[in-house]
Design a protein around this ligand. Structure first.
Ligand code: 4GX
Length: 247
């Protein structure tokens, strides 16, 4: 998969895309990420990519032409016509794991990160396929939102995760929250590791984890549980035992 990001702050995106699972995916050639600064496509000596808002008032708007030229270069560089162009904005569809999985199946994404008051509406109408929001709060620009999309989508690419971190084990891939995790030391003055986890009884451990997931989800995110119909065994698991209790 290829992801191009059109942004006034390419350094931020590049530093995010160098670290962790996504960074390793790029090194291994499983994911290609490139950034494009609209200022490099400006037509004046100030390299302007934004201008004042028609109708007056404070604030600037990103201009059509630098964005259009950047997008033309993205398409030329990628040699593809089936890019999905996404604008990160609070007005977009809220990103969730189902949306992430859908985006991860695309061959080519172009993410547009806006600054200031946003982007000229005519560019959005003509060049953008989809608007996505990472949550109901206001950022000062779309870069953090783009970094979230890159991270969530990048880790789902074929071959990126090893068995230990496989996406099937994720919270949300099964619609539930993850169970708690523990490491050494087993006994600590802040508490002991639940005995079942050190028992070596793999079936009991699997049951404990599943029950913990179900309990946590019921307590903290009942909305998620409502959209995952429980099997009779899971309902039974949820009702049985007394360990663990959510915080
Ligand atoms: N999820 N922002 C976009 C520019 C802007 C201003 C007004 C449209 C209208 C955000 C989010 C987000 C801040 C990115 C404003 N766009 N992006 N930017 N929440 O808050 O994605």
């Amino acid at each position: 998969m290829r992801i191009d990001v059109i942004t006034l702050f390419p350094d931020f995106i590049e530093s995010c895309a160098r670290i962790g699972v996504v960074g390793r995916a790029r090194e291994r050639g499983l994911l290609e990420i490139a950034t494009w600064n609209p200022r490099d496509f400006a037509s004046d000596n100030y390299r302007s990519a934004d201008d004042r808002c028609y109708g007056g008032g404070p604030g600037m708007v990103m201009m059509i032409d630098p964005l259009r030229k950047a997008l033309d270069d993205v398409r030329a560089a990628a040699g593809s016509t089936k890019a999905k162009v996404i604008y990160l904005s609070p007005q977009g569809t809220r990103l969730d794991q189902a949306k992430v999985a859908e985006l991860a199946r695309q061959e080519h994404l172009v993410l547009l990160s806006g600054r200031y008051e946003g982007v000229d509406e005519r560019f959005l109408e003509r060049a953008v396929d989809e608007e996505i929001s990472v949550g109901d709060y206001v950022l000062s620009g779309g870069e953090l939102a783009a970094a979230i999309v890159i991270d969530a989508v990048g880790r789902l690419q074929q071959g990126v995760l090893n068995d230990a971190m496989s996406a099937e084990q994720d919270s949300f891939s099964n619609g539930l929250l993850d169970c708690p995790h523990y490491t050494r030391p087993e006994h600590h003055d802040w508490g002991d590791v639940p005995a079942v986890l050190t028992s070596g009884d793999h079936a009991a451990i699997a049951r404990w984890r599943r029950r913990a997931s179900l309990r946590l989800t019921q307590a903290l995110r009942p909305d998620l549980l409502a959209s995952v119909p429980l099997t009779p065994e899971e309902q039974e698991l949820l009702d049985s035992g007394d360990d663990p209790e959510p915080k």
